[in-house]
Design a binder for this molecule. Structure first.
Ligand code: ZN
Ligand code: ZN
Ligand code: FE
Length: 783
């Protein structure tokens, strides 16, 4: 099982680790720096701590286990009057720190006005809403300076009440007194509110008629969930669709209505204890669940006869995506229910999440039975973030609530241009945009696939909103090199409308690698391994199994997967059986059609096979691809795991999940010659093993191992010590952990993503880098 907490990447051969932590919140003037000093020296770690414009900055260096312990104890043992609103941890190469020092304040960093992300309810506020003696007892909009909405309610900077969605609510005398009192936890808490003066709840039927208000609305919503109803709940950054997770019929009805046939649903569980009843939870995973970011954490499912979570929540998936309540509304609702609920984003299939209650009535008509709404407007949509622990550390798969819009700070040496502003518009799937101001890159919240009109509208809003919020006029607009991406077209239009702005188009996989390099503060030269589903290649074919050597001037495609044809083009993206047929045809030519014993061939009708045969023979509507994602698809089909996928990446997940990591045996072989990583030898052995009826668990493991050995072979041939792993394929925990381990054993230094997604959600960051690199090169060649 790939979800087991094993992390083979943590081996003794590891070099000392350096951990950088940026802590935002009430951390200045409360004894935080002396506390950090004591903790670090107690653990024998070198490094430094300082106050920075953002809060407190720390670097510790030493044995990895000590640094991990430091990170956990930082939160659990922090000084009594401090509170952490955001904690960003990044693992970096050792810098050779000696001793531990409290450094002078870092006053000359960029003083860019920061918008904080939305922060999960703090323990003090939680206590108040469950205390019958407190005036905020059962009040769903309770917050303080340590917690509550930020990014999702901010209209403009500076962050003052008048610039937020709270401007319509006038504070009552008691709230005002708290707001004005420097000794109060609510001193200058912009969204401060109470039952007397703040927003309130209402329960509506599907026609928008009010059924209940205030606490009665909350109780009635809980009752509706208990009865099996689908409830649309307006939360922090948008609507959730909720349904009781133990109710098979209700969950299935939600699937049908949402047209989300097979995608796993996320869950909200009432407590950590409840999470432990259903999932394996490591110390790091617990930290993430309880963190101020409170993301969805992918956890290994415990098979439990008494489970309150039905299988159809995530069919055939050994993981569950789980989060804890993160607003007072969610705390109250889940406490009332005391049951796990499905909490999936409030939208229809691939549209962006709904934020407005009137709009929700329309867009979720026929999906939700009742609507639990409130009158605090949501200024911008923010989805739940998703993280997974990979190789012993956090990997963000979807960056939104809790993270957005925190900047990624670029290592200053990377940029010799301090003043330029780059707007990057991202890719097509899992779109996000990014804006650089000086050496800070603000990465937007997850927007989604630009496939529907509402998604495209959300993209336009965010791409215009981000520069407006930071009052920045982009000089460069960076976009994917794919000429037909809607994001690329948008970039072209904006450039045409903005005098002085220029367009820089960036090859997709180059952007993936630059993104990974930026996060790990790597300077070229680096060998980038960019493996994903699809990206527009420089030769017009579909790339996705690329090895790029990044140099100070650009990149060189030093190796790639041997290409094969995808009969049916676009349609082949959703049908693993077509990828498999293309692969077989490349291997065996016409003889491929005689392999009728394979599940791939059996999955087509005779008429379909005739058409596909013509496409392949005439190379009509059968584009070439070197995509590893499609290779995963093909293997899923050959192993009989999946012939038609319900969503992007599903077949690859099947292959990952079925792989038995203990399966013995030699990996399949890939052949490397002239920069082409050839899977032909593997195909012959794989077909042999299928004929021998070896279990798919073994075949899938041997396939993963073959890919990893392929990476090591290319790394040897290229001879770069540092290897950056990027692209959607590295969401696969087994592939990533094994690659990290084998590269280390081979004397290489592997790097992978941390706080920015390895999938196309990380593309915008890479595009920013490419944009400023292009400018830097021009300027230096003009000299
Ligand atoms: Zn609070
Ligand atoms: Zn009040
Ligand atoms: Fe990609």
């Amino acid at each position: 099982m790939t979800c087991a907490p094993a992390s083979p990447a943590t081996t003794a051969s590891e070099a000392p680790a350096r951990l950088r932590v940026t802590i935002r919140g009430a951390v200045q003037g409360v004894g935080f720096r002396p506390f950090v000093y004591r903790l670090a020296t107690e653990l024998g770690l070198a490094g430094w701590v300082n106050n920075s414009p953002q809060g407190v900055g720390v670097e510790v260096e030493g044995p990895r286990a000590s640094a991990e312990e430091f990170l956990l104890r930082l939160e659990t043992e922090k000084p009594p009057h401090s509170s952490i609103q955001s904690l960003e941890a990044t693992w970096l190469d050792a810098a050779g720190h000696r001793g531990f020092e409290i450094r002078a304040s870092d006053g000359d960093g960029e003083r860019t006005a920061l918008v904080l992300p939305d922060i999960a309810t703090c323990p003090d506020c939680r206590r108040e809403i469950f205390d019958p003696a407190n005036r905020r007892y059962r009040y769903p909009f309770t917050n303080c300076t340590h917690c509550g909405p930020r990014f999702s309610i901010t209209e403009a900077l500076p962050y003052d009440r008048a610039n937020t969605a709270m401007k319509a609510f006038t504070m009552c005398a008691q709230c005002r007194a708290e707001y004005d009192d420097p000794r109060d936890r609510r001193f200058h808490a912009q969204p401060n509110a109470c039952p007397a003066c703040g927003p309130h709840l209402e329960l509506w039927d599907a026609d928008g008629r009010r059924l209940e208000t205030r606490d009665a609305a909350l109780r009635a919503a809980a009752e509706a969930l208990r009865r099996g109803a689908i409830v649309a709940v307006k939360g922090l950054g948008g609507f959730h669709l909720m349904v009781a997770a133990h109710d098979e019929r209700a969950v299935r009805r939600l699937r049908e209505r949402k047209q989300r046939e097979e995608k796993p649903f996320a869950l909200m569980l009432p407590s950590l204890r409840s999470v432990r009843e259903h999932c394996e939870v490591s110390v790091l995973e617990e930290r993430l669940l309880r963190s101020p970011e409170a993301p969805i954490v992918l956890l290994g499912k415990i098979v439990n006869r008494h489970s309150q979570i039905v299988d159809s929540v995530a069919t055939g998936n050994p993981c569950l995506g789980v989060m804890l309540p993160y607003t007072p509304l969610h705390h109250l609702l889940l406490a009332e229910l005391a049951l796990p609920v499905v909490a999936t984003s409030g939208n229809r299939s691939d549209e962006p999440i709904c934020t407005d209650e009137r709009e929700a009535l329309e867009r979720l008509a026929g999906v939700a039975d009742v609507f639990l709404v409130h009158n605090r407007p949501i200024v911008r949509h923010v989805d739940d973030s998703i993280v997974r622990v990979v190789a012993g550390r956090e990997l963000v798969l979807r960056r939104a609530r809790g993270f957005a819009p925190l900047p990624v700070t670029l290592k200053s040496e990377t940029r010799n241009l301090k003043s330029e502003i780059v707007l990057a518009v991202g890719a097509h799937l899992k779109n996000s945009v990014a804006l650089s101001v000086g050496n800070q890159v603000f990465v937007s919240q997850h927007i989604g696939d630009l496939e529907t009109a509402p998604a495209l509208a959300a993209f336009h809003r965010v791409a215009d909103d981000l520069p407006r919020l930071y009052e920045a006029r982009p000089q460069i607009i960076a976009a994917d090199a794919h000429p037909d991406y809607l994001s690329t077209r948008f970039a072209r239009q904006r450039v045409a409308q903005s005098p002085g702005a220029r367009l820089v188009t960036v090859q997709h996989h180059y952007a993936h690698v630059l993104s990974c390099m930026a996060e790990n503060e790597l300077e070229p030269p680096v060998l980038g391994v960019a493996w994903d589903g699809t990206g527009y290649g420089l030769d017009g074919t579909i790339w996705g199994g690329e090895f790029l050597r990044v140099t100070p001037d650009g990149f060189e495609r030093v190796a790639h997967l041997r290409p094969f044809r995808l009969p049916g083009g676009e349609q082949a993206m959703r049908e693993p059986r077509r990828a498999a047929l293309g692969l077989l045809y490349e291997c065996f030519g016409e003889a491929a059609f005689a392999l009728t014993r394979l599940p791939t061939l059996a999955a087509f009708s005779a008429a379909e096979l005739r058409t596909l045969r013509q496409m392949l023979a005439r190379t009509v509507n059968a584009p070439l691809t070197s995509s590893v994602g499609r290779l995963f698809d093909a293997v899923a089909s050959l192993l009989g795991l999946r012939q038609v996928a319900g969503f992007e990446g599903q077949a690859a997940m099947d292959v990952e999940f079925v792989a038995d990591t203990d399966a013995a045996g030699e990996p399949y072989e890939l052949d490397l010659s002239d920069g082409v990583l050839d899977w032909t030898p593997m195909m012959h052995d794989l077909l042999h093993d299928i004929d021998e009826h070896l279990p798919p668990a073994t075949l899938a493991a041997k396939f993963h191992h073959a890919l990893v050995e392929g990476i090591v072979a290319v790394a040897r041939a290229v001879g770069e010590e540092r290897v950056a792993l990027a692209g959607g394929c590295f969401q696969n925990r087994y592939l990533t952990e094994r690659a990290v381990q084998r590269l280390r054993e081979g004397g290489f230094r592997p790097y992978w993503h941390q706080r920015v997604p390895p999938n196309d959600g990380g593309i915008a960051l890479g595009q920013v880098l490419a944009g400023s690199r292009a400018l830097a090169l021009e300027e230096s060649s003009c000299v």
